[in-house]
Design a protein around this ligand. Structure first.
Ligand code: PLP
Length: 395
């Protein structure tokens, strides 16, 4: 009989994927379901990127590459990083490791930097996988709950309160999944200064950086004076609508890049060669790819602007106005009274109103729920109305 090994005994299924599966099952039964569970742009990959990928295939992009990725892609990533970074150590292609998605890059970084006995500060709520990845590295994820009044952002004081001599690092994610909060340059800088002083690693997940609505979202490289304790994670999935291509990367100090490459050489090797050429096109073709990305971001903003006032009119919901990414984070009725208020709300909403969203327990804040607006605008508006009706009826 199968008994999970000690490596995965504590692992939880990804709740975001579980909700999508339940929604798909209902759809298969003929139910009409609006699925706002997934964190996936509903757009196709921009056409010039598809063309570049087809050309690359015709030219033979079908074999293994270096584990860490093709040189022109790593150079393009380094060039982009250097455009932001004004600190002392310029970024070289050897500091870049390309992987099968920012998810793998985050995992590479966690397993490479953290191990048994180490504690890693995780601003909470955070994307579900951070907690599990730290656990898979056999380190301990320490939840640092942010201030709901500030979009759940953490600050130096909150981080210091959770620090111990075993603290080895910290996860950052701005714009945030699930809250949509964006750290201001001075907020980010203060946290990076703290980490540098304490000798902590910072893993900065910037996968939503280009999806910011009211002001540009700064990345760690924009504000860090040094980067010898910094791992920047990014990828093409969200901003370029390239989730299925599986390309992500890290920018790190060279010794860390070398260690992560060694790890990746024993797990996946390189990500798909054709996908690397597609990512190269995304980063280097300029207009019209950039124009398409801007248009997609403008459409996400239009959806946010349409649905936000509907949600804010509810007497039963607390709404965090998102500044980036494509999620609303909502506090639901029953919060503080019912053990898993978010889960109960999601279940009620899916079964009665046919809208799939994700319980906040996936992000370690069970009084909340996450609503993705990476979906058709009319559907997002309709879903917002049903969410409010359900919440107000439950209150
Ligand atoms: N980081 C965050 C915060 C995410 O929300 C996601 C996807 O949902 C990822 C990373 C993973 O993205 P990728 O498709 O590049 O692996």
């Amino acid at each position: 009989p199968f008994r999970p090994s000690a490596n995965i005994a504590e692992l939880r299924e990804s709740a975001t994927i579980a909700v999508s599966q339940r929604a798909k099952a209902l759809k298969a039964q003929g139910r009409e379901v609006i699925d706002l569970g997934a964190g996936e742009p509903d757009f196709g990959t921009p056409a010039p990127i598809l063309e570049a990928a087809k050309r690359a295939l015709d030219e033979g992009a079908t074999r293994y590459t270096a584990v860490e990725g093709i040189l022109p892609l790593r150079q393009a990533i380094a060039t982009q990083g250097n455009a932001s970074f004004r600190g002392t150590e310029a970024i070289a292609a050897t500091d870049v490791v390309v992987s099968c998605g920012s998810k793998q890059s985050l995992y590479n970084a966690c397993v490479t930097l953290f191990g048994p006995g180490d504690e890693v500060l995780v601003p909470t709520p955070s994307w579900t996988s951070y907690y599990e990845m730290v656990q898979l590295a056999r380190a301990t994820a320490v939840e640092v709950h942010g201030d709901p009044a500030r979009g759940f952002k953490v600050d130096v004081e909150r981080l210091e309160r959770h620090a111990t001599p075993r603290t080895r690092g910290l996860m950052l994610n701005s714009p945030s999944n699930p809250t949509g909060a964006v750290y201001a340059p001075e907020e980010l800088r203060a946290i990076l200064d703290l980490a540098a002083t304490r000798g902590w690693w910072v893993i900065s997940d910037e996968i939503y950086q280009r999806i910011a609505y009211d002001a540009p979202a700064p990345g760690a490289l924009d504000v860090a004076p040094r980067r010898d304790n910094l791992i920047v994670v990014n990828g093409v999935a969200k901003a370029w609508a390239m989730t299925g291509w599986r390309v992500g990367w890290t920018i790190s100090p060279p010794a860390v890049a070398k260690a992560m490459t060694a790890l990746q050489s024993h797990t996946t090797s390189n990500t798909a060669t054709v996908a690397q050429y597609a990512a190269l096109a995304a980063l280097t073709l300029g207009e019209p790819v950039d124009a398409t990305v801007r248009a997609m971001v403008a459409e996400f903003k239009a959806r946010r602007d349409a649905a936000l006032p509907i949600l804010q009119a509810s007497r039963a919901l607390t709404v965090l106005p998102p500044e980036g990414a494509f999620y609303f984070y909502l506090k639901v009725p029953g919060a503080g009274r019912v053990p898993d208020a978010g889960g109960a709300f999601c279940q009620e909403l899916l079964e009665k109103a046919g809208v799939a969203i994700v319980p906040g327990s996936a992000f370690r804040t069970p009084d909340w729920v996450r609503v993705s607006y990476a979906a058709d605008k009319a559907q997002v508006i309709e879903a917002a109305r049903r969410i409010v009706a359900t919440a107000d009826a439950m209150a």
